[in-house]
Design a protein around this ligand. Structure first.
Ligand code: NCD
Ligand code: ZN
Length: 348
């Protein structure tokens, strides 16, 4: 039986939600990861440092009750809006707890209604971020109804991100959950301040997974799964040893009723196997020895944070994934691989 020892990894893109949902999911992440970049797309969103501090306190409180004894640090982010002021960026830099701002084009995804309607509204704020080195985390999809849903990332790169980087060459940017060959090529060709996170599900699944024998709402996320050609390009980037590409699960829990619906929410819950699924993906291409740098080093380096000193051990032994986890009252959470298995297990 093979085993794999890694420095404890970090999750550089995570949705923790709030209230009972937060309490239900925090343990899965804290068991595996030392830190996580926590997405601010609550309803209402986290737009100020004061809100981020209060949200962080709720996360710490939930951590204390989740039964996990290893240390876990939530790294907070602010949700950029048309109305964010430069003073908020200064406050974020001074706070020591806010590590980035998140750009959601208005309407692009879950709770993105309050997102940015035109990036030009944010130029004053972005100028301060570029000067201070505070990263902008980008949901890189246009939202125009006439753009095909599978092309939204590629069109965003041409129409929004490339001109933005021309205007602000020193802006530090993470193209979150990159899903296309074009996205990977863009990040590779850009300067050292541009990086990307990759999810396990985009490394493991192509868009056929949405329609395996019928419609599969638990494989629906945004950006949507792409063709096999793109999945291969992502896997190549993740396992290439290029420090611009690092782990971000985008674990995004939604209650079963919200997923299995006439108009189901986007998001896959993967935190229950948040590192194990990546081990599967890397192993499938014979690159397990590249996992540690991708999962535990490159993200910390990009965020200018110390690498973790502790380690974790994975064993190549199948773990059964329950059909569902408790989540909200009378509304459970269906994880990725529900009722199936994951090939690697985290040792306690
Ligand atoms: C995320 C969510 O549910 O908050 N959903 C998703 O499909 N990834 C939002 C996001 O990251 O797009
Ligand atoms: Zn996300």
């Amino acid at each position: 039986m093979r085993t794999l020892t890694l420095s404890r990894p970090d999750d550089w893109h995570l949705h923790l939600r709030d209230g009972p949902a937060l309490a239900a999911v925090i343990g899965d992440t804290a068991r595996r990861f030392a830190r996580a970049i926590v997405m601010p797309n609550l309803d209402p969103p986290i737009t100020t440092v004061a809100q981020a501090l209060a949200y962080r306190a709720r996360i710490i409180e939930a951590l204390g009750k989740c039964g996990v004894s290893t240390a876990f640090e939530p790294l907070m982010t602010l949700y950029l809006t048309d109305h964010t002021r430069p003073a908020e960026i200064e406050a974020a830099c001074a706070s020591g707890v806010v590590h980035a701002l998140k750009l959601y084009p208005a309407g692009a995804t879950t709770h993105a209604e309050r997102g940015v309607t035109d990036i030009a509204h944010c130029f004053d704020v972005l100028a301060v971020m570029a000067e201070r080195g505070l990263p902008l985390l980008v949901h890189g999809e246009v939202t125009d109804a006439e753009v095909d849903v599978f092309d939204r990332e590629a069109v965003f790169l041409d129409r929004v991100l490339a001109p933005l980087l021309t205007r602000f060459p020193h802006l530090r940017v993470v193209l979150e959950h990159v899903t296309t060959e074009q996205g990977v090529d863009f990040v590779r060709a850009a300067g050292p301040g541009v990086a990307a996170t990759l999810t396990a599900h985009h490394l493991l699944l192509n868009r056929n997974a949405l329609f395996q024998g019928g419609i599969r709402p638990h494989h629906y996320c945004l950006p949507v799964l792409k063709r096999e050609r793109h999945r291969r390009a992502l896997l190549e980037a993740a396992t290439s040893g290029n420090p611009k590409f690092f782990l971000g699960t985008d674990s995004a829990p939604h209650a079963r009723h919200a997923k299995e619906a006439a108009c189901g929410c986007a998001g896959c819950y993967t935190a229950h196997a948040g590192i194990e699924l990546y081990a599967e993906a890397f192993d499938a291409v014979g690159q397990l020895d590249r996992l540690e740098a991708f999962a535990s080093h490159f993200g910390a380096d990009f965020y200018r944070l110390p690498r973790n000193a502790e380690s974790i051990r994975l064993v190549e032994r199948a773990t059964e994934v329950p059909p569902q986890f408790p989540y909200l009252t009378d509304d459970p959470l269906v994880p990725l691989r529900a009722g199936g298995t994951v090939a690697w297990t985290l040792e306690a």
